[in-house]
Unconditional design. Structure first.
Length: 243
């Protein structure tokens, strides 16, 4: 039934360097992204066939099944994802490596007339695009950086339901993106010490210059996935999916 209240686990994942790549590089990122997500989900014992997925070229937003084992989702899945990224990248130079940001949340995801609506998709998108997560991936030079919402960290990690990770593996950060202001938890899998990162954030962008007639000069989008996240505001967080 459209509009029925429901809470679900969900993820948002984004690849770096997509917008600056040529056609061949973008095709490689898309293929690589789907490959490592499929392999990591299978290795973690998660039923990816049952995920409601929306791709965005360099990323994916997915709502998972209600019965998903959240301990596997927040612990095993990122570990396997980091391992498959490392295997796929091999000795590739920095600029050619497939590198991902992953955000995980459990929240409201209402089955609506054109997909899922509610605050859950908004929150996981904000976490994935957040400056601390971007800074952590860049500074660590890792292939994967992970951000958990405060809700899923408290319910699953803090209370010991994710056996492959411990609370001290994560670093508390403050996420401020547009109207979103929340605490979240940062993790770099595969032995990186997230607590040693400075998380130096880039300075705020200056306002875009105005053209004649006070019309704003259009700015080139950094990535396709960013444009996808911008549509959260325009459409009231109403997402359409493919299964």
């Amino acid at each position: 039934m459209a509009g029925a209240f429901e809470r679900r686990p969900m993820i948002s994942v984004d690849a770096t360097g997509y917008g600056s790549g040529d056609d061949q590089r973008q095709a490689d990122i898309q293929a690589g992204l789907l490959d490592v997500l499929e392999r990591a989900a299978a290795s973690a014992g998660l039923d990816r066939d049952g995920w409601e997925r929306q791709g965005a070229g360099d990323g994916e937003f997915s709502v998972l099944l209600p019965q998903t084992a959240e301990g596997r989702l927040v612990g095993d899945f990122p570990r396997h994802l980091a391992a498959f990224l490392d295997r796929r990248n091999g000795d590739a130079p920095w600029e050619n490596r497939l590198r991902l940001r992953l955000a995980v949340h459990h929240g409201t995801a209402i089955a609506d007339v054109n997909g899922r609506s509610g605050q859950g998709p908004v929150e996981v998108a904000r976490l994935c695009d957040s400056p601390p997560l971007r800074a952590a991936l860049k500074e660590s030079r890792a292939d994967l950086a992970v951000m958990l919402s405060d809700r899923i960290f408290t319910d699953v990690v803090r209370h010991g339901h994710a056996l492959s990770v411990a609370p001290e593996d994560f670093r508390e950060v403050k996420v401020e993106v547009k109207e979103f202001r929340e605490r979240a938890w940062l993790w770099i899998p595969r032995g990186r010490d997230v607590h040693s990162l400075t998380l130096a954030l880039p300075p705020a962008e200056a306002p875009a210059p105005k053209a004649e007639g006070d019309r704003p000069v259009p700015k080139e989008s950094a990535s396709v996935h960013n444009e996808f996240h911008e549509r959260v505001d325009a459409r009231g967080a109403n997402f359409g999916f493919r299964s």
